[in-house]
Design a protein around this ligand. Sequence first.
Ligand code: C5P
Length: 224
Amino acid sequence: KNTPVITIDGPSGSGKGTVSRILADKLGWHLLDSGAIYRVLALAAIHHGFAADDEESLVALAGALDVKFDVEEDPELTHIILEGEDVTMTIRTQEVANMASKVAALPRVREALLRRQRAFKDLPGLVADGRDMGTVVFTDAAAKVFLTASPEERARRRFEQLREKGIDAKIDQLITEIRERDERDTNRSVAPLCAAEGSLFIDSTNLTITEVVDQILEFAHGKL
Ligand code: C5P
């Protein structure tokens, strides 16, 4: 089965999420928000009271995770359901993000989530958003993109996002947390955040969403 895949990897706040959603929408393809899977696992771990380094319990939890992505007509309305509970909003907190990047550093946890992620690959195509989509999960992807932006700009975007959702945040604290999470995601021994070979590198600090989307479509066009 020859299902085309576009991978978009990069740090949080690079615009990956928005860009991936628009691309999937334009192409009429499926969308994998792999970060959401790590966040759901993190939330479930918090509910169970598991420590971030309790690999045994976390691997078991990852294998048994009862999570559903209810895809609506409008992908912006995709609901994420954990054990029957709508966690679409609750997985977006900073607490869950921090726990997610800790559990994501455990090799056997990542392995336990591989099949779940690959199951999203289906016709007519898939846009996969994450940290290791091009380097580990979909190594045979037709087009790979690495999207980044300066930490300050990423913190500013996150601040706006949170404010729109009515969540209070301090910009200085966001910059610190973004740096810490980058540090963990980039320096972990397994599936570290890095650009896949042959990927298109985009620094979105001074680009609009539309400009980023257009660059990716042009790049992918020649490869699909
Ligand atoms: O992208 P998002 O901020 O939702 O991801 C939350 C955390 O999940 C990241 O900080 C990262 O540690 C982890 N993650 C990962 N691999 C992915 C996607 C996310 O390790 N493919």
